[in-house]
Write a protein that binds this ligand. Structure first.
Ligand code: CA
Length: 225
């Protein structure tokens, strides 16, 4: 999952980046409110963490403009001033949730998880294909009831594939969701991760994660709805 952090205070930006990257989210960051529009036009974010007090354009205006442009990426607003007005203005501008500074990192991560989960088409926090189940709440992966240990990045890659069942995801789409802008597109990192995932999942014949030659990878989902 990929998150855009919009925060001009260097220390706060570094703190947010670190907390999210430790959870293996792909993170891009900008300092100026106006820059948000350039980034969202290029990348498909799963969440925007948006500070209110920003140079260029404040967080409320950024959020309102995003919504006017029909960009419905979840927005978690960060605000330093805890007043009811501030909160209401944030939600009125189209933000999905807000967090008051200073906040505990655990709370930030819990809200990030909650907001990104809302993007799932099913209300259940579980994603399933055949005998493979992902509990997105606890990031637990089981196959035929047996728990499978994945690295955080492997998990993100698998979740991305399972969130788009029956679709072939290109390398670019996978990179877009799982790795940040520092990623070297020439490297073979995706192939390496897919290989490791298949091995850990016991997908010896590549039937679970299929290679679509020249196009990318796909997971065939259950025909539930
Ligand atoms: Ca700020």
């Amino acid at each position: 999952m990929r998150i855009l952090v919009v925060e001009d205070e260097t220390r706060m930006q570094a703190l947010l980046r670190q907390a999210l990257e430790e959870e293996s989210y792909a993170v891009d960051s900008v300092e100026n409110g106006r820059d948000v529009f350039d980034w969202v036009s290029v990348y498909d974010y799963d969440l925007i963490l948006l500070d209110v007090m920003l140079p260029g354009m404040d967080g409320f205006a950024v959020c309102k403009t995003l919504r006017q442009q029909q960009i419905d990426t979840p927005v978690l607003m960060l605000t330093a001033r805890y007043t009811v007005d501030n909160r209401v203005e944030g939600l009125d501008s189209g933000a999905d949730d807000y967090l008051v500074k200073p906040f505990a990192v655990e709370e930030l991560l819990a809200r990030v998880r909650a907001l990104t989960r809302r993007q799932l088409s099913h209300r259940s926090p579980d994603l399933a294909v055949g005998d493979l189940t992902l509990d997105t709440l606890n990031r637990r992966v089981t196959r035929d009831g047996a728990q499978i240990e994945l690295s955080a990045k492997e998990y993100m890659l698998l979740e991305t594939l399972l969130r788009h069942p029956n679709q072939t995801l290109s390398r670019d789409q996978i990179i877009n969701h799982v790795w940040d802008a520092d990623y070297d597109a020439q490297s073979k990192i995706i192939e390496v991760y897919i290989h490791n995932l298949r091995r850990k999942l016991g997908d010896d014949d590549n039937s679970l994660i299929q290679t679509v030659r020249g196009l990318g990878y796909r997971v065939n989902g259950d025909k539930r709805d």
